[in-house]
Design a protein around this ligand. Structure first.
Ligand SMILES: Nc1ncnc2c1ncn2[C@@H]1O[C@H](COP(=O)(O)OP(=O)(O)OP(=O)(O)O)[C@@H](O)[C@H]1O
Length: 266
């Protein structure tokens, strides 16, 4: 087994109960610390893929391995325990509005705390320090005590990123994390996500509509169309004709919101 591989997806297929085949024989690996973007038109199967990886939905065939654990072989109870190691970031943030930013981030520590303490909302100093550290990584320390419903969209997504990092995950899965933000903000939130993931050495898989954002931030791009991988390689080799194939029938330019690329943040 290659030690640099963190995630291995092998021959993954998903047929929904209505007979629709959303994923067809998907295979790829993600190395430790790698930042990978998945592109494809709406309905290509990107969300289904992330949800199969974290076990939220059952695949029909194939396997998903994270380090030495085959997620696809686990019982529902074992999957719940395993999910502590998988941070998930949603397009619509999924914060608890009435809780402060730091309390939202602390929910990322639930997998590490005694269930009685969690019920009464008690988190030790160690957990609070970890939550503050994660908020700091996405430049949100100054908003730690703000209620989530008072935060802007970009701030909410940064708190959601901090919550995912607070889980001390092996991998972060982000499903269209910047689709609700305006172009400039999405650039800076993606920059923060990449920077934090790189600093912590956490592998990251990001579903993203915008081709230029994907090309700018990704170490590697996976292009999906109709549930199949059409491209898996570096951004630099993703040619216009490959993009045409991935966005078959759609105009790839419609998935590009930036005309010029800024330098890649470290
Ligand atoms: N529960 C379901 N039952 C049947 N079909 C489904 C179900 N969930 C998703 N699909 C279909 O599977 C296909 C892939 O959906 P998925 O949400 O994975 O695509 P996506 O690439 O993430 O799209 P988007 O970018 O719009 O979110 C779509 O055609 C969708 O309609």
């Amino acid at each position: 087994m290659n030690n640099s591989i963190l995630l291995e997806v092998n021959g993954l297929s998903k047929v929904y109960p209505n007979g629709y085949e959303a994923l067809n024989d998907i295979s790829f690996v993600v190395n430790k610390g790698e930042f990978v973007c998945i592109i494809g038109r709406s309905g290509a199967g990107k969300s289904t893929l992330l949800r199969c990886i974290n076990g939220l939905i059952l695949s029909t065939q194939g396997s998903v391995r994270i380090q030495d654990t085959y997620i696809t072989d686990l019982s529902e109870k074992e999957k719940l325990a395993q999910r502590r190691k998988i941070g998930f970031i949603f397009q619509e943030f999924h914060l608890v509005d009435r809780l402060s930013a730091i309390d939202n981030v602390l929910t990322g520590r639930l997998g590490y705390t005694n269930s009685f303490f969690a019920t009464i909302g008690y988190f030790s100093r160690e957990h609070r320090e970890k939550a503050l550290e994660c908020l700091g990584r996405v430049n949100m320390l100054h908003r730690a005590s703000y209620r989530a419903d008072r935060l802007s969209g970009g701030e909410k997504q940064r708190v959601a990123i901090a919550r995912a990092l607070a889980q001390e995950p092996l991998i972060v899965l982000a499903d269209e994390p910047v689709a609700s933000l305006d172009p400039e903000l999405s650039w800076s939130v993606m920059g923060d996500l990449r920077k934090a993931a790189k600093e912590l050495g956490v592998s990251t898989l990001v579903n993203i509509h915008d081709i230029d954002t994907a090309k700018h931030f990704a170490d590697r791009i996976i292009g999906i169309a109709q549930g199949r991988i059409l491209y898996d390689g570096p951004p630099a080799l993703l040619t216009d004709s490959l993009l045409q194939e991935i966005y078959r029938g759609a105009n790839p330019a419609a998935h590009s919101r930036y005309e010029q690329s800024a330098p890649l943040p470290e």
